[in-house]
Design a protein. Structure first.
Length: 220
């Protein structure tokens, strides 16, 4: 029993640490991009800090990821979104697309950094496990957030590309974002055919993860 508990604790630890780093920097990147493009709201509310406590969402950053890690399921999560006021951006439509893309782009950079760390660590020990998880988690978060539906980052990109009347209707769907997220999590339990995340996110995430792991292997 002790060995099982120790294994579960270790699995949770090497998952939660990279995940918290990934989701916090994802959100801070949105705030940094918004400030650079004219909206200082996140900075005014002191949300550009790298202190995780300023960004932790009890469900998305702790409870859900911990449960997924202990169950052996793919792990993801989220932090409290940084505030972005579209009307304060110098170019609201283009600016919001760039703000949205800053999060996934940061995760891909973190995945690359994790791959380098994994290669230099030789894929061994605690460091190897942390870096490997960093690759997997960051790739998954980047691809998942690029789903072209509200309220994900990809949804903001679609909104910026649509004609204004359609963009307003598209944005209205974001109020159902949490319900949509819950549906994406629960539908696979009803039928594997309803596993949107696995069918849509899985292939590109798998391809990118393999590419990063090849980079790590080349550095080992």
């Amino acid at each position: 029993m002790g060995r099982v508990t120790e294994t579960l604790f270790y699995r949770a630890a090497v998952t939660i640490v990279p995940l918290v780093l990934a989701v916090v920097l994802h959100e801070v990147a949105h705030g940094w991009a918004a400030r650079a493009l004219g909206d200082p709201t996140a900075a005014e509310q002191r949300r550009l800090s790298l202190n995780p406590l300023r960004h932790v969402d009890p469900v998305g950053t702790v409870i859900l990821p911990l449960g997924l890690a202990l169950s052996g399921a793919p792990v993801f999560g989220w932090a409290r979104p940084v505030p972005v006021r579209t009307e304060r951006l110098r170019d609201p439509r283009t600016g919001m697309m760039l703000v949205a893309l800053a999060g996934p782009a940061t995760n891909l950079v973190l995945a690359a950094a994790s791959a380098v760390g994994l290669g230099l660590a030789g894929g061994e020990g605690v460091a190897g496990d942390l870096f490997f998880t960093g690759v997997v988690v960051n790739v998954f978060l980047a691809v998942f957030n690029l789903l072209p539906i509200p309220p994900f980052d990809g949804g903001h990109v679609v909104q910026g590309l649509l004609p204004r009347p359609l963009a307003a209707r598209w944005a209205a769907f974001s109020r159902y974002g949490f319900l949509l997220l819950v549906a994406l999590l629960l539908l696979p339990m009803l039928s594997p055919r309803l596993d949107v995340v696995g069918r849509v996110v899985g292939p590109p995430a798998g391809w990118l993860t393999d590419a990063y792991l090849r980079l790590a292997a080349g550095l080992a």
